[in-house]
Write a protein that binds this ligand. Structure first.
Ligand code: FE2
Length: 440
């Protein structure tokens, strides 16, 4: 069990800090008496009950607010999604779903969670398809939620991939999933047969959330159709029922296609409602815009504008080597990297304050408490191979240590690279620290 972290850099604070941990909690955060050498970073190390961060960034763990663990690692089974559309993904998944078993889902989801934990993730909200009369995947993920509770906090969304209204017994299956223990109510209004069915699905989801006292996370308007306007229904229901703090709208990619007059009007309701947004840049830059010629839409929601309006926005990976997305290693820094590009959040201040999109903002979306690095909070921390947030994003830094309740649950040994110039081996670290004599 780790009791001290020495020479840590912290978000929003200057200098070096020592952190004391005890009983699974952070018990003290003090200015460090030690320093680091001129290069500003020394090797991080673990000795006994002490982690010496060596001047590296220590922060709360990353959060995965939107993933589909039931489908993870099924790409190409039984066929690849050759068109790259969301709709072919649904078809391929329907084929694969026929062969699900609890053992199959558990082994794939476990590997995906191991990848997540290795990348510094400790909190995961996963969707789980309920349009399966046997709810096989749900049984598997409920078992994993309990078995892995000491390394990861799993929230399971009852997710009706083929609809609540359009799928036979769709609502009944949702109720069954919630009774079995699903944490969050989902919906897919834009995939229901008609606009009216979609509105009914949203209202049903809110009714179920009230009845079972659960949060809501809706796959909302994940389509390039500028007429897909279920977000206004979600925000309106959240506002009227005063449930905004427990509601997330995932994807909302159609918002990227709305005309500006409508988007401007909508923004007021979104702010009033207090709902959170989860954008999924890796998957949506891949799936959306598939029916466009040129200009080709980016297919992401209006992240920059939502943030400017004071709305809570975070990023999720969404799919992981499955029928909708053929790549991915569950690393949230890859998600962030893509999101910052596609949403054009590349100003210096935006980059320097960007980790919140895969951490603090996600914690708010998931309703987590004791998350931030403060005295009295849970001793869940990661040590990044970076001086600061900017450095972590630019270099896609490894998570050297991940601590859960003070226990090391993941460790990465830094790699080393050198180049041979003029017969001399020169070590390379890709850092951006300015050497003496460089620049003005
Ligand atoms: Fe999704």
């Amino acid at each position: 069990m780790i009791e001290h972290i020495k020479r840590a850099r912290l978000r929003g604070r200057d200098g070096l800090w020592d952190i004391a941990l005890s009983g699974g909690k952070v018990t003290a955060i003090d200015t460090s008496g030690a320093s680091v050498s001129e290069g500003n970073v020394e090797s991080a190390s673990l000795t006994g009950t002490t982690v010496d961060a060596g001047g590296r960034l220590v922060c709360p763990p990353f959060i995965e607010p939107h993933v589909h663990l039931d489908a993870a690692l099924t790409a190409g089974q039984p066929e690849w999604n050759r068109s790259g559309t969301l709709f072919e993904g649904v078809q391929r998944w329907a084929q694969r779903k026929a062969f699900l078993s609890v053992r199959d889902v558990k082994s794939r989801a476990l590997r995906a969670i191991q990848w997540q934990v290795a990348s510094g993730v400790q909190f995961v909200r996963t969707h789980c398809d309920t349009t399966d009369p046997k709810l096989t995947a749900l049984h598997a993920l409920l078992e994993l939620r309990e078995q892995l509770a000491d390394v990861v906090t799993l929230q399971i969304v009852a997710f009706p991939q083929e609809g609540i209204v359009s799928f036979p017994r769709g609502e009944e299956l949702m109720v069954e999933a919630l009774k079995l223990g699903a944490d969050v109510v989902g919906a897919t209004p834009h995939l229901e047969f008609t606009r009216d069915d979609g509105v009914r699905a949203v209202k049903t989801a809110f009714d179920l959330a009230e009845r079972f006292d659960r949060a809501i996370d809706i796959h909302c308007d994940e389509i390039d159709d500028e007429q897909s306007r279920f977000l206004e229904v979600v925000a309106s229901e959240a506002h009227h029922r005063s449930m905004g703090q427990r509601v997330a709208a995932s994807h909302t990619t159609a918002m990227g296609s709305y005309n500006d007059a409508y988007a401007f009007k909508l923004m007021r309701l979104l702010s009033l409602s207090g709902i959170s947004f989860i954008a999924n840049p890796l998957v949506n830059i891949h799936l959306q815009g598939r029916f466009d010629t040129y200009p080709k839409r980016r297919g992401l929601t209006r992240v920059k504008e939502l943030l400017a309006a004071g709305c809570n926005v975070c990023f999720g990976h969404d799919d992981l080597f499955d029928p909708w997305y053929p790549l991915g290693t569950a690393n949230m820094l890859q998600v962030l990297h893509m999101g910052l590009h596609v949403c054009q959040l590349m100003g210096y201040e935006e980059l320097s304050d960007s980790l919140k999109l895969v951490s603090s903002n996600s914690a708010k979306t998931l309703g987590l408490t004791d998350y931030e690095l403060e005295i009295g909070s849970d001793a869940n921390l990661i040590v990044l191979d970076a001086i600061d947030e900017y450095d972590a994003v630019r270099r896609q830094s490894a998570v050297l240590y991940s601590l859960r309740g003070g226990r090391v649950i993941a460790e990465t040994k830094p790699s080393s690279t050198s180049v041979n110039f003029d017969g001399q081996s020169v070590p390379i670290d890709f850092s951006h620290r300015r050497e003496a004599g460089e620049g003005a």
